[in-house]
Structures are given as structure tokens and as C-alpha cells.
Ligand binder design. Structure first.
Ligand code: S3P
Length: 440
């Protein structure tokens, strides 16, 4: 399998494409489907390595799951107390969402589990979930707060009222999933809104939740009833094309059936503040999640100070937003984004290094970046080589930068693109990116 992208400079993006299914919703469809009474049918499932890791973990926990086949998955729920211990460690691969949500869900089970991951995941912090879960009565062993994570058999969790120190949907979800197994009420308050797919999907499975301002609560002991789930296209994957078409002159691209849950649309708001030309067409609701087709045409972008309240709503989109900023007139300043340092890579450091390698003035700060955009119709980036550090979103962000480069860009260590966006190179080529897979 070739492990690098070579992207020729220039070109534009056009036509009509559907990017793969939403990663956050795909993970949750397996988890909640497995815990439900009855059979859950999923369509539009992300057939990427991360969601497949979650699927394989639940198979190891005794759940029968059919597929994926053309985005279709059938989950034969075992009920809230039907999971069985796995004889082997549960491998979450590259997927932080899988591991953090599983830590919550498994800490309520009457058996022991061990969670492992790949090299990147093995270096990511897990105390943010084990700390509140320990307050609920769960017991863990970790390697100084990092995976592998051994979860002891639960001896009775109790509900807590947890004020999250950081805006994290993974932490919120882990505590809520443990709360299903806890005595009494579990409440989580967030310092800023984060994606609410867990809450929406739990409600779809018949669980009663109460949202009161920044706090969401549920009572332990509730059962889930199987339902059908239509997974929209992932706005985080669409983001690469929203930026690519914005920065490449002559582009006019339609992105079909994209999830536009308001806790995920920070990318649209930020790009619009920068002057992007994005139209929402045919807005509709599908299975509890809002969806639309997005038409994007190239437009001159301007640098902005990114409003801090939009940061958690666009947290996965910053790699490609930094590329947009490099193509904007004037300076872009991002603050309040320190969470980027603990993603699949340190996305502040790795993006700043890559931008500098392509001749852009990018100053990393502890919680963001200052980028001096280059105005005008000509190339913004030089050609060159980028090390993606195995981070899927870094690799795809720099692939889009090539649209405004003066020479070809070689992006190394791209195999993990398949964690969230299998077939990225083919779909991007169809839209007009001059991308080829190479060994490097
Ligand atoms: C996710 C939450 C976010 C996001 C990740 C997916 C989720 O992480 O970055 O890609 O599905 O809940 P945090 O909870 O760490 O912000």
C-alpha cells in the first residue's frame, strides 16, 4: 500500500460528490446499537478504520454485527447487560473516540476489560475520562494516564454531577454512557457547547435525557430500544473540499447530504467570516440529525481573529482552516485551541512546521497559531515535502494546499487517511485534485 501522496500544483474543484459517513455518528451507532434491545439497521456508515475498530471491539464483546457493505451495517443488540468479556485486549487502533467512549461504557460492566491502541493513541491522555469515572466508583490501571487502560469489573457506580474542565464531547459521552449503569442521576456540564451526537442518538434509542443550559442529565438503569440510523456525510471530511474549492480559482463544487448539526458547523461560520461563498441547499432532517447539500464556489478570503466560541464547534477542522488562512489576505489569529495539541498529533506544531516548509509565515502559540496570509491570485505555497506524522487530517489539509502551490507537494505517512476518509485520493481526483499515491 503506497504510503504517501504526491499532489501536482494548481487546478480547481468541481462537480458533485458525497464524502464518507460521519465518524462520530458511526462510532455511536455501533455502541448504542449493541446495547439496545432488538436489531439496529445503519446506513451511510463510515467504512473507515476507526469505525471498523469500534465494530471489531463490539464483536469481541459478543455482539453479532453484519457488514459493512456499501455503508450498511446490522447490529444485533444484546441489551444493556448482554455484553460478554473479551478473552483478548480490545484494540481501538487510532480511534480516540472509540477508546474514550468505551472506557465510560465498559466501566459500568460486571467484567474486566483492557483497551489498547496504536502508537498515536497510546500517547494520548485518558485521565480526562478516568478521573470523572473514578468519582463514580470505577477503577482503572493505566500507564501514567495513557493506554493501555485496564478497567476493573464494576461493583456499583453512582451518578455524579460533573463540571468538565475542558470542552470535550468524548468526556461528556463517556460520563453519560457510564451514567446509564450508575445509580441515580448523572449530570455533565460543559464549559462551551460540544458535539451532541450522543445525546441525540440516546434520545433516538428511547433514553430520557434532560438538557438544561450547559448541563445534560440522565437517570441510570434505562434500557435502549433498537432504531434505524442514517449516517450523514461527515462535515469534517467535507471541510477539506470546502476549503479546497474556496481557495482554488474557478471552483464550483456540490457536497451532498452533509451533516450540519449546529454543534459541528463552526467550519461554515469561520469560513463565512473569512468571506467564503458557501450555500446551504435542500436542508432537511434525517434520523434526528440536520443535513444539507453544500455548494461552494471560490472566493477571495480575508484573515480574521477566529472567535473563541467557534473553536470547539470546528475543533477537527483547524488543520485545513490553517491552510485557508495562509490563502487569505492579512493575518489570521487562532486562540483558545490548546486541545489541538492532544489530537492524533500535536496539530499546532505539525501544521506550523508544514506551513513553514511550504514558505508560509506561521507562528505556533501555546493555544493556537498566527498566520500571515498571502494575498493575490498567484501561488501561496512553494512545493516541498510534508511529514503528516500519521495524522489523517494533516495529510488531507496539505493535499488541498497543493491547489495553490507553485510546485508539487509530497505528503508522507498518509496511510491513516483511511481512518476517517477511505478513498480520499479517488474522490479528490474526481473533483479535480491532481493527486497520486506513491511510495516515499
Ligand atoms: C469527537 C470529539 C472530539 C473530536 C473527535 C471526535 C467525538 O474530541 O475531536 O474527533 O466523536 O466525540 P474531544 O472530545 O477530545 O474534543
Amino acid at each position: 500500500m503506497p504510503n504517501a501522496f504526491r499532489v501536482a500544483p494548481g487546478g480547481s474543484l468541481s462537480g458533485s460528490i458525497r464524502v464518507p459517513g460521519d465518524k462520530s455518528i458511526s462510532h455511536r451507532s455501533i455502541m448504542l446499537g449493541a446495547l439496545a434491545d432488538g436489531v439496529t439497521h445503519v446506513t451511510g456508515f463510515l467504512e473507515g478504520a476507526d469505525a471498523i475498530s469500534t465494530m471489531n471491539v463490539f464483536r469481541a464483546l459478543g455482539v453479532k454485527i453484519e457488514g459493512p457493505e456499501s455503508g450498511r451495517v446490522v447490529v444485533h443488540g444484546v441489551g444493556r447487560d448482554g455484553l460478554r468479556p473479551s478473552a483478548t485486549p480490545l484494540d481501538c487502533g487510532n480511534a480516540g473516540t472509540a477508546m474514550r467512549l468505551l472506557i465510560g461504557l465498559l466501566s459500568g460492566q460486571g467484567f474486566e476489560s483492557t483497551l489498547i491502541g496504536d502508537e498515536s493513541l497510546t500517547n494520548r491522555p485518558m485521565r480526562r475520562v478516568t478521573d470523572p469515572l473514578a468519582q463514580m466508583g470505577a477503577k482503572f490501571e493505566t500507564r501514567d494516564g495513557k493506554p493501555p487502560v485496564r478497567i476493573h469489573a464494576a461493583t456499583g457506580l453512582k451518578g455524579i454531577d460533573y463540571q468538565m474542565p475542558m470542552a470535550s464531547a468524548q468526556v461528556k459521552s463517556a460520563v453519560l454512557l457510564a451514567g446509564l449503569y450508575a445509580q441515580g442521576e448523572t449530570s455533565v456540564s460543559e464549559p462551551a457547547p460540544t458535539r451532541d451526537h450522543t445525546e441525540r442518538m440516546l434520545a433516538g434509542f428511547g433514553v430520557q435525557l434532560v438538557r438544561n443550559g450547559a448541563t445534560v442529565s440522565l437517570q441510570g438503569g434505562q434500557r435502549l430500544k433498537a432504531t434505524d440510523i442514517d449516517v450523514p456525510a461527515d462535515i469534517s471530511s467535507a471541510a477539506f473540499f470546502l476549503v479546497g474549492a474556496s481557495i482554488a480559482q474557478g471552483s464550483d463544487l456540490l457536497l451532498e447530504h452533509v451533516g450540519i448539526n449546529p454543534t459541528r458547523t463552526g467550519i461554515l461560520d469561520i469560513l463565512k467570516l473569512m468571506g467564503a461563498d458557501i450555500e446551504l441547499l435542500n436542508a432537511r432532517e434525517v434520523g434526528g440529525e440536520p443535513v444539507a447539500d453544500l455548494r461552494v464556489r471560490s472566493a477571495p478570503l480575508r484573515g480574521i481573529e477566529v472567535p473563541r466560541d467557534l473553536v470547539p464547534l470546528a475543533i477537527d477542522e483547524f488543520p485545513v482552516l490553517f491552510v485557508a488562512a495562509a490563502c487569505a489576505s492579512g493575518r489570521t489569529v487562532v486562540t483558545g485551541a490548546e486541545e489541538l495539541r492532544v489530537k492524533e498529533s500535536d496539530r499546532i506544531a505539525v501544521m506550523a512546521d508544514g506551513l513553514k516548509a511550504l514558505g508560509v509565515s506561521a507562528l505556533p502559540t501555546p493555544d493556537g497559531m498566527i498566520i500571515e496570509g498571502r494575498h493575490g491570485p498567484g501561488p501561496v505555497f512553494s512545493g516541498g515535502q510534508i511529514d503528516s506524522h500519521g495524522d489523517h487530517r494533516i495529510a488531507m489539509a496539505f493535499a488541498m494546499a497543493s491547489l495553490r502551490a507553485s510546485a508539487s507537494v509530497l505528503i508522507r505517512d498518509t496511510l491513516n487517511v483511511a481512518t476517517s476518509f477511505p478513498g480520499f485520493d479517488r474522490l479528490a481526483a474526481r473533483a479535480g485534485l491532481q493527486i497520486e499515491l506513491v511510495d516515499a
